[in-house]
Write a protein that binds this ligand. Structure first.
Ligand SMILES: NC(=O)C1=CN([C@@H]2O[C@H](COP(=O)(O)OP(=O)(O)OC[C@H]3O[C@@H](n4cnc5c(N)ncnc54)[C@H](OP(=O)(O)O)[C@@H]3O)[C@@H](O)[C@H]2O)C=CC1
Ligand SMILES: O=C(O)CCC(=O)C(=O)O
Ligand SMILES: [Mg+2]
Length: 745
């Protein structure tokens, strides 16, 4: 970081948010200059992370620094101020595509070993694994999560409601989850006393001891969980559900989070594919093994691996796969126009976004014929999926939610220091043989938690440290006090892990002044019911949840309330005193990139970026005692309000205002607010000419921005696009560019 100037670090990520950044950074810099704020960038895209990981193999001019590691270190400093945009949590097919693109660009990267055999291959695979799945967020989120819809955003949604599908009482849509043998039923939990080191070991039925994880350091007060999912129960569950959907004629959809639960959920996903196409696997299984097919990476893996076969053999396999459909239910589609089903790739069916989209559509998903249909929404793990069934029941009884009247549900989420599933990646295993899975104290040999497991079961250890729990309770009380809303802790006493958390909540609540505050603890299903009874009456309720429900609820409620989670304010007050300001609560919208490339229209809404930047500037101003930064923040908030009022968000259709046009309006309103304020005349003077230049050229600029749309564009890459080509696509208005440049002179 620059030593003399206060600094905001703006992350460069992937897909739509990265494209939007190309347009937005010059805007930010034109304003930040006025308060002597340094805007630094840090590339944490999946491509940059791959290059950083293999920099030792690359020539000097191709090396990339370990930006993520550096940001991770900075989260421990109180002056740190990071704006974090959503990034790809890569599935294996995405990782392979990124590697291929980089190789084609002349980076001599090793191939990804799908089935590593030698030690060297295993080492390469381990290095690539660091770039897979949710690899960024757990490193940067060194604080708990505060996500909410700002007042102006909620007001906007009330005045301009988005479309909602109708819910019918006769809807056949329902959630199917396991009732035994899943992580919920196979969980043991305890609070650790004293600092300890433990190992994860499997004593097989043959008496062999396999150490799966040699050392995990625990500290006094940590809550640890040992949980497993039975392969047998999972496969039986899929069999039953597929059969039930087929017999009753309802569509089948699968909802997992293979990106965040990057070890366990690809396996859960893969079993679904294998059961669905059981006959084809029975016939060709050996060949699939020889070819190294791994359907944990989706059917796309199978299709790409059989490409090398002679055409007659390939067609026979494809034919056998198709034949399976004759006695299988219809599958929900991700892209019906291109024949891409729920089974194509695990990163296409991300539960936090897919379930809310289905509920918003009146309980329907697209079938192969492009029509919306009721569905059996299969969420194998029952721990959290029951909340969706409760919401579905509510919608069947009360009808669809009404965005013009419904209350809001902000979230305070426990996630700091790799809480719960976030830290479980390197402690999750597909059990190699039946036996006893133990968490054993290294010093004393005491077995802390023990489970009986069978071959193929998924076993994992999750940890939540005590300090993050204390911080989470404090954040919940603070938000309760500041907002005047009641807080519900969504904690289920029947789940061992949450029962430990309940004890801690009871222990730490008395540390705070809770006089007059409405704070309750309820199991998830009751909490959902209670919250919805209030939502429908226009009443607001904060949900204080663990990490998974943080993820699920901060897409679910925003998508129903606001139409998208892009409009959320998403703050992570870092425990060391700094701030991580996230933009929106959703993802990186690959669909949007496709549209940009095809017709040069980017419908990504940067509202999340605008909201995050305002809080970041405000915090920076307060910390450095610089009123100019605080004024910039105030003016930006007012400008964002005006943007909403004047309905200048991006449209969905080419030729109309898109992300770039929306950013232009933000810049114009922001400059106008600063020019009009009287608290700092110098600042007002500085922005008067920019405000005038933008207002006078409004038609010309919008004309240039919208006129550029319509045709295919080339960014020179998907995961690692060419910076100049991307900048030229994202900044097509010379008039706007010149005005921003002049403001910095
Ligand atoms: N914080 C983070 O780093 C996060 C990263 N991700 C990652 O993002 C990728 C894609 O995830 P996926 O679950 O498909 O979720 P996305 O949010 O990318 O996609 C779901 C849909 O949400 C809508 N949407 C999301 N953000 C915006 C926005 N700013 N403006 C307008 N619409 C928006 C779009 O719907 P429509 O176009 O129909 O309006 C989009 O197609 C994955 O790699 C995932 O891991 C996901 C969540 C958070
Ligand atoms: O960390 C991830 O992979 C996804 C994060 C996410 O979906 C969220 O923060 O809401
Ligand atoms: Mg999410």
């Amino acid at each position: 970081m620059s030593a003399e100037k206060p600094t905001i670090i703006y992350t460069l990520t992937d897909e739509a948010p990265m494209l939007a950044t190309y347009a937005f950074l010059p805007v930010i810099r034109a304003f930040a200059d006025a308060a002597d704020i340094n805007i630094e960038t840090s590339d944490i895209s999946v491509a940059a992370r791959i290059l950083a990981e293999f920099s030792d193999l690359l020539p000097e001019d191709q090396k990339v620094p370990d930006n993520l590691g550096e940001l991770g270190r900075l989260t421990q400093l109180p002056e740190t101020n990071i704006i974090k945009l959503p990034n790809i949590s890569a599935s294996v097919p995405q990782l392979l595509a990124a590697i291929k693109e980089l190789q084609e660009k002349g980076y001599d990267l090793p191939e990804f070993p799908g089935n590593p055999k030698t030690d060297e291959e295993k080492a390469i695979r381990d290095r690539y694994t660091k770039c897979l799945g949710s690899a960024v967020n757990p490193v940067l989120r060194e604080g708990n999560s505060d996500r909410r819809a700002p007042k102006a955003v909620k007001e906007y949604a009330r005045k301009h409601p988005h479309s909602m599908g109708e819910w019918s009482m006769a809807s056949r849509t329902h959630v199917a989850h396991m009732t035994e043998g899943d992580f919920y039923h196979g969980e043991k939990s305890m609070t650790v006393s004293g600092d300890r080191e433990v190992k994860m070991e499997l004593i097989t039925s043959d008496g062999e001891t396999l150490v799966l994880k040699p050392k995990v350091s625990l500290t006094d007060g940590d809550v640890i969980d040992s949980m497993y999912m039975s392969k047998k129960a999972l496969v039986e569950f899929y069999e039953e559900q597929i059969e039930d959907a087929y017999k009753t004629g309802v569509m089948f959809s699968l909802h997992v989070k293979a990106t965040m639960m990057r070890v366990s959920h690809p396996i859960v996903f893969g079993h679904a594919v294998k059961v669905f196409y059981k006959d084809a696997f029975a016939k060709h299984g050996e060949l699939f093994d020889e070819l190294g097919v791994n359907v944990n990476n989706g059917l796309s893996d199978l299709y790409s691996k059989i490409e090398s076969l002679p055409s007659a053999q390939r067609e026979e396999i494809i034919d056998d796969l198709h034949k399976c459909h004759e006695h299988r239910p219809e599958l929900a589609m991700v892209d019906s126009a291109r024949g891409i089903s729920n089974f194509h790739s695990p990163s296409d069916v991300i539960v936090d976004a897919s379930m809310p989209a289905m509920i918003r559509a009146g309980g329907k998903m697209y079938g192969a014929d492009g029509r919306l249909k009721d569905t059996k929404a299969v969420n194998p793990e029952s721990t959290f999926s029951r909340i969706y069934q409760e919401m579905i029941n509510f919608c069947k009884t009360n009808g669809q939610f009404d965005p013009t009247t419904m209350g809001t549900v902000p979230n305070v989420g426990l996630m700091a220091q790799k809480a719960e599933e976030y830290g479980s990646h390197d402690k999750t295993f597909e059990v190699p043989a039946a036996g006893v899975a133990n968490i054993t104290d290294l010093a004393t040999g005491e077995v802390l938690l023990t489970q009986n497991v069978e071959e193929g079961d998924i076993w994992r250890l999750c940890i939540v440290k005590d300090a993050p729990i204390q911080d989470w309770v404090k954040l919940a009380v603070t938000r309760c006090r500041d907002s005047g809303m009641p807080v519900l802790f969504w904690l289920d006493p029947y789940r061992p892990h949450e029962n430990e958390l309940i004890k801690k909540v009871h222990k730490y609540l008395p540390d705070h002044d809770t006089e007059g505050l409405d704070i309750q603890i309820m199991s998830q299903v009751r909490a959902m019911r209670y919250t919805l009874e209030r939502v429908i009456r226009g009443m607001d309720t904060i949900a204080a949840t663990g990490n998974i429900l943080r993820d699920y609820l901060t897409d679910l409620f925003p998508i129903l309330e606001l139409g998208t989670s892009a409009k959320m304010l998403s703050i992570v007050p870092l425990m060391a005193g700094g701030g991580l300001y996230e933009t929106g609560a959703g993802g990186s919208a690959p669909k949007h990139v496709k549209q940009l490339i095809e017709e040069n229209h980017l419908r990504w809404d940067s509202l999340g970026e605008f909201l995050a930047l305002a809080v970041s500037l405000e915090e920076l101003g307060k910390k450095t005692d610089d009123k100019r930064a605080v004024l910039l923040a105030k003016a930006l908030d007012a400008a964002t309000g005006k943007l909403l009022e004047n309905d200048k968000g991006p449209s969905r259709a080419a030729g109309e205002l898109d992300n770039r046009g929306s950013q232009f309006y933000l810049a114009m309103y922001w400059a106008q607010e600063l020019a009009e304020q009287t608290e700092d005349p110098d600042l007002a003077k500085r922005f008067t000419s920019l405000a005038q230049a933008l207002a006078q050229n409004e038609d010309a600029i919008v004309g240039e921005l919208n006129g550029a749309q319509g045709d295919h564009v080339d960014l020179g890459g998907y995961y690692y696009p060419d910076p100049e080509m991307t900048a030229s696509v994202m900044r097509p208005s010379k008039t706007f560019n010149d005005a921003l440049a002049a403001a910095r002179d």
